[in-house]
Design a protein around this ligand. Structure first.
Ligand SMILES: N[C@@H](CCC(=O)N[C@@H](CS)C(=O)NCC(=O)O)C(=O)O
Length: 238
């Protein structure tokens, strides 16, 4: 029997959604525990002393969420978990076998973290200009193959797992004008992204990502919208 996996996660969190997508893609059985990030349970340090989601317990006896089995492994960090689930799964579906494609997938993951995420989060949480997202999207777009559904071709890989939770939260926050940036800037930036020809290849890629079952079943758009509206409500300067 497969070792037990208990996933501690939060619907609002893009990092946690990476872990959930990887679980959906690999088909590994797991138990899902939603953590309220605004009111974390007092037992959560037993799961992850850094107090972040996503995190898992792996192996050991089945246990209730609040009492992880002492003989289970405790593992955290979204990209570590994506790799871990891929390693556990037969055929390792989230990484191609070709070394060049593996390198490209990893490079794309790095680019999402160093270029896209700071541009989105800078606008929403720190009130920086939404326009910084344009350069970020163009830099990712430049990495895409000329054809192919996903970041490194027709195979869905760790690159796509890493990216889509952030793309989707950017869409929701900008489209709905949720964030610390100046009022009206979000929808304006979103309109630019969905209409300008220079983003056409990225739009095609993002549409393919959104159509993926593993994304659809792990993304609760209404919940994410409400949660970000509450989280960023007080940040916009009058
Ligand atoms: N580097 C971590 C980042 C995870 C992270 O920042 N998670 C946030 C939620 S999106 C969290 O748990 N924050 C703790 C808190 O809000 O107190 C990863 O990739 O898993």
């Amino acid at each position: 029997m497969a070792a037990q996996i208990t996933l501690y996660t939060a619907k609002i969190c893009p990092y946690a959604q990476r872990a959930e997508i990887a679980l959906a893609e690999t088909g590994l059985p797991f138990k899902r525990v939603e953590i309220d990030l605004k009111n974390k349970p007092e037992w959560y340090p037993k799961v992850n002393p850094r107090l972040q989601v996503p995190a898992i317990t792996y192996g050991g006896a089945d246990h209730p969420p609040e009492a992880p089995s002492p003989d289970s492994e405790k593992i955290a960090e979204s990209l570590v978990l994506v790799d871990f689930f891929n390693d556990l799964a037969p055929n390792h579906p989230l990484l191609p076998t070709d070394p060049v494609l593996r390198a490209k997938a990893r490079y794309f993951v790095e680019a999402v973290g160093s270029r896209f995420n700071p541009a989105w989060f800078g606008a929403c949480a720190r009130g920086e200009s939404c326009d910084k997202i344009f350069e970020a999207i163009e830099s990712l777009q430049a990495l895409l193959p000329a054809t192919g559904k996903y970041a490194v071709g027709d195979e869905f890989t760790i690159a796509d797992v890493a990216a889509v939770p952030f793309f989707a939260r950017m869409e929701v926050t900008f489209r709905e004008d949720i964030g610390a940036y100046a009022q009206g800037e979000g929808p304006k930036a979103w309109k630019t992204i969905v209409t300008e020809p220079r983003f056409a290849r990225w739009r095609e890629y993002y549409a393919n990502l959104k159509a993926r079952e593993s994304f659809k079943k792990t993304f609760d758009e209404e919940f994410v919208k409400r949660a970000f509206a509450a989280r960023f409500a007080d940040l916009r300067k009058p």
